[in-house]
Design a protein around this ligand. Structure first.
Ligand code: ADP
Ligand code: MG
Length: 398
């Protein structure tokens, strides 16, 4: 889905108040009634002008259920609210190219006021998932917390919390910089995913580094759960060495781990399954791509279990709960991901199909979600189509 920031600079203070009011109202209402938007925004009857301005650029969409007319926030509306928060906090000044399209996320290069480039990851759970959910309607029925908005927020919160804990404990991950709603901002890693690397000078050492990382995660109580060639960025750093009195320059490959919404604790009921899958992903990739097979069997989960808490290291699976990502949240997100078959990005054949019909996906998702007759009246596009995310130009957020 596109991120069209063009309309941002034309929004008035009243428009922002109105957009925020729709967001607040949607905590309790699938369809936020117009009078409630007027009330929350403090604009009362004067809210209509802003409502139509927001609907026109697709930040809110008009809906009708059995009892009343109202509005809901679109993905575009939620994107704008997050960007506005970053703008106010001076985390993000401009939005640049889209560099990644995951199954469940969009990745953009953004810059702060000083021009420092970072990465904005927008979680979009529900984009493809709700199609699958169609067959699973019961799960979402009567569950407002099962909405795309809530789940995408949970995924972002989880990712930010885990990235922070990992970074603090010296793991090679991007630096988490900011979080708002369904999005996070992190440092830009100047590297390619391992998937795009055709050969390496010394596969054995990269392999052992990756296996060590899996084991070190376990030592801290964690399993990545999606440890594959898409989620490992390989950085090349020059390494100066003195060999026989001569200075030589070699390249060191440094793997950086990304993508954390599916991480699990080593105490998870299926921990062994996830652990083995992570290890086998790396084994399989090294065999196929680099024709490298390790002589050593394993490591097995039983080996990893022995390392938990070794050398007095903290259990990050426990500490993340204290820092805001509760067990209940973890359960909700996991149940949802399982239900809709979100299982990382390891399957390159998995369909995305959102490029031309992002808003349609959303419509499917919302329709009938709360078991009432919800009918979309207006389907305002999030983007007017004139803006090319692939374009080099940067558009100001403000
Ligand atoms: P998803 O959950 O959709 O798989 P990821 O977090 O794995 O999202 O990101 C998708 C892609 O975006 C990655 O494979 C990588 O190419 C790119 N990417 C993500 N984060 C960064 C970053 N911090 N620096 C550079 N590239 C990144
Ligand atoms: Mg990924």
């Amino acid at each position: 889905m596109r991120l069209d920031t063009k309309a941002m600079r034309y929004l008035t203070a009243e428009d922002w108040k109105t957009l925020t009011a729709v967001e607040t109202g949607s905590r309790n209402h699938e369809v936020v009634p117009t009078p409630l938007i007027g009330q929350i925004s403090g604009l009362r009857g004067g809210v209509h002008k802003s409502i139509s301005a927001l609907a026109k650029v697709g930040l809110i969409a008009r809906l009708k259920n059995a009892k009343y007319d109202g509005y809901r926030l679109t993905y575009g509306g939620l994107d704008y609210l997050a960007l506005n928060t970053y703008r106010k906090r001076k985390d993000v000044y401009s939005v640049g190219n889209q560099i990644g399209v995951g199954k469940e996320s969009d990745i953009f290069v953004v810059a702060d006021e000083k021009g420092v480039q970072c990465v904005l990851k927008i979680h979009r759970l529900g984009r493809i998932s709700f199609r699958t959910v169609k067959a699973n309607r019961d799960y979402l029925r009567n569950r407002s917390s099962g909405s795309w908005m809530y789940m995408s927020r949970l995924a972002a919160l989880k990712e930010f919390t885990f990235m922070t804990a990992l970074k603090e404990n010296g793991f090679p991950v991007p630096e988490p910089l900011a979080q708002s709603r369904h999005t996070i901002v992190m440092s830009l890693i100047d590297a390619f995913p391992m998937r795009q690397i055709s050969s390496v000078p010394d596969p054995a050492s990269l392999y052992s580094e990756l296996i060590s990382m899996i084991l070190r995660l376990a030592q801290y109580g964690l399993i990545h759960g999606d440890f594959n060639e898409f989620n490992i960025l390989v950085k090349e750093e020059p390494k100066k060495e003195i060999v026989y009195g001569k200075e030589t320059e070699d390249l060191t490959l440094i793997p950086i781990l990304i993508d954390f919404p599916q991480m699990v604790s080593v105490d998870h009921a299926n921990a062994e399954y996830y652990f083995d899958r992570d290890v086998n992903c790396i084994k399989r990739f090294f065999e196929r791509r680099f024709h490298f097979t390790s002589d050593a069997k394993g490591p097995h989960f039983s080996d990893a279990r022995k390392l938990i808490g070794k050398d007095g290291v903290p259990r990050l699976d426990v500490s993340v709960e204290a820092s805001g990502f509760s067990k209940k949240m973890a359960k909700e997100l996991e149940a949802y991901m399982k239900e809709v078959g979100v299982d990382g990005d390891g399957d390159p054949n998995a369909s995305r199909g959102d490029e031309d019909s992002g808003e349609e996906d959303e419509d499917e998702s919302e329709e009938g979600e709360e078991g009432e007759d919800v009918e979309e009246e207006e389907t305002a596009a999030v983007s007017n189509g004139a803006d090319d995310v692939g374009a080099k130009s940067e558009s100001g957020v403000n």
